[in-house]
Design a binder for this molecule. Sequence first.
Ligand code: PDD
Length: 285
Amino acid sequence: MTRTVYINGQYMAETDAKVSIFDRGFLFADAVYEVTAVLEGKLIDNAGHIARLTRSCQELGIPMPISAEELTEIQRSLIEKNQLHEGGVYLQLTRGSEGDRDFSYSEDIKPTLVLFTQARELIHSPVAKKGIKVLSMDDIRWRRRDIKTTSLLPACMAKHIAHQAGCDDVWLIEQGYVTEGGSSNAYIVTDEGKIITRPLSNDILSGITRASLMLLAKDCGLVIEERAFTIEEAYQATEAFVSSATTFIWPVTHIDDHEIGDGKPGPIAAKLREIYIKTSLEMAE
Ligand code: PDD
């Protein structure tokens, strides 16, 4: 089926949507993006995603071409036009094009806005039951990982190496400490049942799923400690898991050559996933 996509004020068939070869998103990855999950045709945690987009734009000086309300309107229209039941809406905003390649840019350059839907099984994803194997790797990304830019080559390369090694994803390591997953936030559970995750800073993306998860965990009496943890501590953890808009919560059963806990998906990750999905469905817009 040919999708209907949105580009700079227009809805059109995906095959007709074109962006200039001089677009700075294409030439310099001078662009920000967001992925909002969709369940039962409704947006999940979208206010958080739009707020983070606004912040990413502010940090880079990319003007938001339309309001948050208008963006949400487009997201909803695309869901409807493509009859999306479950999956996500991808949104990308680039600084735009000035008709040539030039490192510098003017202030009044007009941004390029693109949105499209992606059908994906989220609730009954087999991976959520089975868990994932991750490979640890040096985090070679830039120092502003709090901004959600499309400079994703390090993540693509790391994931590719992990796939070649028979793993599902990566956990990135800086100075011995886990920063985050290739496209997710990372968590471990200690012997006492405490959830550990790295505190927010420029070192990691401030996950929208992470924010919701932390509130839900507290509500059901789970203790979360925000501190950096080493990869060795992760090897010894009782459980490990990741969170993102494309996975919600997925258990991690193996890290490098180590089985986590008994090598099976753990109960805390399963419980959090269940509560997250239930609450998200209740609050979906
Ligand atoms: N990635 N950390 C990184 C590096 C990410 O790329 C993502 C999300 C997250 C989780 O953020 P959130 O919970 O807001 O999705 C953490 C998206 C899903 C992607 O690149 O497709």
